[in-house]
Design a protein around this ligand. Structure first.
Ligand SMILES: [Zn+2]
Length: 337
């Protein structure tokens, strides 16, 4: 697609969003939400007080999340992951299942009280990074360092330059540092954190904590104790399981399950693949480890839709209004038709 086509498409999409929002305010679309049928699993990540796109586009403000919950309460039917798998769906409303990835402390702090207030269920996919002695995921670490760090960064004798999205791109081969690290196990990522932290000691800034701090084991246990909460695994180190050695993948699948079961004292049977990345071998290893519910983003292989263990999800978008989000959720698309 040419640049002018891209710009034209962006203007078209944004004007559609504006028009639709105006329509909602005039009460034109209420019937659409009421008459919608079907089901969707949604992916949330972190909640913060304000400025949700400060480091990346995976956060929502807690007020926006509460708006979503109010909307669900009014128009949709919110069900647990177990009910979704059992197809216990409403025929009178559109069904949604809420999931949170990555195990941020803000899930415990902001999401749990809201779920309890509105009495709505959700599933939280959490890593075992705390067991490895870390309070942050490697990718959040790199994202924050990339935002605050220098324009040019030298890491392991290679020079990286920031692009317009604050990503460090290798001057030599055009590949981002994040992408290079996704091909490695955790040892490399730990080394990156050890080397880069002194250059960008971002943890000093308390105002940033909502964007990176992980839940403690105690918080995970308290979260798991809520009647509205199901806990699933999101891997051990938040590694890309399709890109690392399959023997390491199998081990991380088993060990993260054991860790979360010991922390929550509950059986862990669901798994959400980090980055939505998987392969047939990874799926087999996950089933071998005892997981029965496997959550992806988009199916990667045609046969996946025939596997009852595998289900697709849809990521919420912090750039659009609650009404536009609900429209996109029903359509499972951010393209405006
Ligand atoms: Zn994740």
């Amino acid at each position: 697609m040419s640049l002018s086509q891209k710009i034209a498409r962006k203007i078209y999409r944004e004007s559609k969003y504006l028009l639709r929002e105006a329509g909602y305010r005039l009460g034109l679309y209420r019937g659409f939400h009421r008459s919608a049928r079907g089901c969707r699993i949604l992916i949330y990540h972190g909640l913060c007080k304000e400025d949700p796109t400060r480091f990346n586009p995976i956060f929502l403000t807690k007020n926006r999340f509460e708006d979503h919950l109010k909307f669900y309460k009014k128009y949709f039917n919110v069900i647990s992951l177990d009910d979704y798998y059992a197809r216990n769906l409403s025929n009178e409303r559109f069904n949604v299942c809420l999931t949170f990835d990555d195990g941020f402390a803000n899930n415990y702090k902001y999401a749990l009280p809201l779920l309890e207030k509105y009495q709505l269920p959700a599933t939280f996919f959490i890593t075992a990074i705390g067991a490895a002695g870390y309070d942050i995921l490697w990718n959040d670490f790199l994202g924050i360092v990339s935002k605050y760090g220098p324009e040019n960064l030298t890491y392991k004798r290679k020079v990286y330059r920031k692009d317009k999205n604050n990503k460090y791109i290798s001057v030599a081969d055009g590949i981002s540092l994040a992408d290079k690290l996704r091909n490695t196990g955790f040892t490399e990522k730990a080394e990156m954190m050890r080397q880069l932290y002194p250059q960008v000691p971002f943890k000093i800034n308390q105002a940033d904590i909502d964007y990176w701090l992980q839940m403690t084991p105690k918080e995970i246990r308290k979260l798991a104790a809520s009647p509205y909460v199901t806990i699933g695994s999101h891997g051990y180190y938040h590694n890309d399981l399709a890109r690392i050695k399959i023997s390491d993948t199998a081990e991380e699948l088993i060990l993260s399950k054991q860790y979360l079961e010991s922390v929550t004292r509950k059986k862990i049977k669901s798994f959400a693949f980090p980055y939505g990345s998987y392969s047939p071998e990874v799926v087999e290893a996950a089933k071998g480890a005892g997981y029965r519910q496997l959550l992806v983003m988009d199916f990667k292989f045609p046969e996946d839709q025939n596997d009852p263990a595998l289900l697709e999800r849809f990521t919420v978008n912090p750039f659009i209004s609650t009404h536009n989000q609900m429209y996109a959720t029903i359509k499972r698309s951010y393209e405006q038709h």
